[in-house]
Design a binder for this molecule. Structure first.
Ligand SMILES: Cc1cc2nc3c(=O)[nH]c(=O)nc-3n(C[C@H](O)[C@H](O)[C@H](O)COP(=O)(O)O)c2cc1C
Length: 319
């Protein structure tokens, strides 16, 4: 079996530098365990969990895998502190924080000896996270799915600058879907990758088949950013996001915008399979998604392709 070891695989005790991004309704215990059992790192989405539900989900994950896995905490949510205390109590090996400042949470994890990587869209926020005590960074470019920064910096531009500025371990996210993406991320100085969209289109992904079919049909130009005024969110172009765009043109009132533009229509697509009137959250890399592999085959295929890509590039170097 091909292995690519990096400072990140050493730090987390994982075989492959490939992480499942946290995604509500998708990165649930079965999916997290599938990725960890494949040698990568599953990171649980916790946006839909209260503290008890999270405790159950952590126990369920432990019943499905003996390998390391992670939990993601929405730093700006009222649930954040409870989730953080629970993650420490449960000795979860790895935590990411996003959607808010890591100022309160990162020191708690540092003191508990738990790796805490903060998700950032810019170099300035990466430096703030470092100052707050984050032990690593997930550098996520604007081509990725879900909530994004208004600054819209791409992964290719963001990753090397975050690596240089922070000197911390970095996971590259946003727009990565195959071994060439992993090879590129490593060349940019990241220790591994995090993928969302590519992992949704797998056999084990617990999402409606219509959502997977929609990803198979999409081109790289089939996403858009809604909520530019209230909280940008990368989603598929469909009647649901058309409605959101139309509403956005009518008002500047942030409360009203947040009520209409957000995740409330995601379950209609993810659970009921309504990919027209429901919100299909997806990144530009959907254009590369052409099959629905098993998670294990996807992870090993990505590592094999990355290794071949790096060797081929190395062979071109003369002198
Ligand atoms: C449906 C969905 C929900 C997501 N929810 C979260 C979340 O709760 N927290 C988070 O940090 N990232 C979240 N993300 C981002 C992913 O974890 C991942 O970083 C992103 O999808 C990477 O870009 P890619 O889609 O191009 O691979 C979500 C992505 C999707 C598609």
């Amino acid at each position: 079996m091909t292995r690519i070891s990096t400072p990140l695989t050493d730090l987390l005790g994982i075989e492959h530098p490939v992480c499942l991004g946290p995604m509500g309704l998708i990165s649930v215990p079965s999916m997290v365990a599938a990725v960890s059992n494949a040698g990568g790192l599953g990171i649980m989405g916790t946006a839909n969990y209260d503290t008890e539900a999270l405790r159950k989900a952590i126990h369920e994950t432990r019943s499905l895998t003996e390998r390391p896995f992670g939990v993601s905490i929405m730093a700006g949510f009222p649930s954040a502190e409870g989730h953080a205390k629970l993650a420490i109590e449960e000795r979860v090996p790895f935590v990411t924080t996003s959607a808010g400042s890591p100022k309160r949470l990162a020191p708690m994890f540092r003191e508990a000896g738990i790796e805490c990587f903060h998700v950032v869209p810019t170099v300035a926020l990466a430096m703030k996270a470092k100052q707050a005590g984050a032990t690593g960074i997930v550098a996520e470019g604007a081509e990725g799915a879900s909530f994004k920064s208004r600054d819209e910096v791409s992964t290719l531009v963001l990753v090397p600058q975050v690596v240089d500025a922070t000197g911390l371990p970095v996971i590259a996210a946003g727009g990565i879907g195959d071994g060439r993406g992993l090879a590129s991320a490593l060349c940019l100085g990241a220790g591994g990758i995090q993928m969302g969209t590519r992992f949704i289109a797998t056999q084990e992904s617990p999402i409606h088949d219509n959502y997977k079919e929609k990803l198979l049909d999409m081109r790289e130009t089939d996403t858009r950013m809604v909520g530019r005024k209230s909280g940008p969110l990368r989603v598929a172009i469909n009647p649901c996001s058309d409605d959101m765009m139309e509403f956005e043109a009518l008002t500047d009132e942030p409360q009203e915008l947040r009520k209409k533009i957000g995740y409330h229509k995601f379950p209609a697509a993810a659970l009921q399979g309504d990919t027209e009137n429901g919100l299909v959250v997806a990144g530009q890399i959907a254009g590369m998604v052409k099959d629905l592999p098993a998670v294990g085959d996807l992870v090993t295929g990505i590592v094999d392709q990355a290794a071949a890509t790096l060797k081929k590039a190395d062979a071109r170097v003369a002198g």
